[in-house]
Design a protein around this ligand. Structure first.
Ligand SMILES: Nc1ncnc2c1ncn2[C@@H]1O[C@H](COP(=O)(O)OP(=O)(O)OP(=O)(O)O)[C@@H](O)[C@H]1O
Ligand SMILES: [Mg+2]
Length: 164
């Protein structure tokens, strides 16, 4: 079966790492939600300013378009998707979209962020991301994936959580 999957979670939870490995394993295209941000959003994030929902509109539209184009063949997108309404927007593009939420202790995420200095997301935004996070609700197709262990182990977990 062709899976259309969003790997979600706060910055530093491992979305890009696991999303890329999972797409390889499934043999489907991979996209990085960060790449769909207009330059104005990247400038804001680089300055340590959180995005507002108006900033996110064109970003979510572009991700939704990517999903819609590939809904039949499958795909993996790494996208924070912290709020229910962002996930609803993406589900509009593919009703059976499956969300894998990479989740773990804030200290573990912070330590991984601290080890990654070159990225445009300052570690100080972790707190605001954790505050913004709305966990998956029972009516949403998805699973919570613990982030302890190495990337291959987490990818195994993610793969096993996918629907048949
Ligand atoms: N299982 C792991 N064990 C150790 N380090 C990891 C693991 N997974 C990811 N990392 C490292 O932790 C950092 C954060 O991971 P990654 O960049 O994949 O997170 P992200 O969720 O995509 O973050 P962002 O939302 O900021 O793009 C990276 O430096 C990555 O190499
Ligand atoms: Mg990433």
């Amino acid at each position: 079966m062709s899976h259309m999957v969003v790997v979600m979670g706060v910055s530093g939870s491992g979305k890009s790492t696991v999303g890329g490995l999972l797409a390889e394993r499934l043999g489907v295209p991979y996209a990085e939600a960060d790449d769909f941000h207009p330059p104005a959003n990247i400038a804001k994030m680089s300055a340590g300013q959180p995005l507002d929902d108006a900033d996110r509109e064109p970003w979510l539209d572009a991700i939704a378009a990517w999903i819609e184009e590939r809904a039949g063949q499958g795909g993996v997108v790494s996208c924070s998707a912290l709020r229910r309404r962002y996930r609803d927007r993406l589900r509009d593009a593919a009703p059976d979209l499956f969300f894998l939420h990479l989740d773990g202790p804030p200290e573990l995420i912070a330590s991984r962020l601290a080890a990654r200095m070159e990225h445009f997301m300052p570690a100080g935004l972790l707190r605001s991301q954790l505050d913004a996070l709305e966990p998956l609700e029972p009516d949403e197709a998805g699973a919570v994936i613990p982030i302890e262990g190495g990337p291959a182990q987490i990818t195994d977990r993610a793969f096993a959580a996918l629907p048949d």
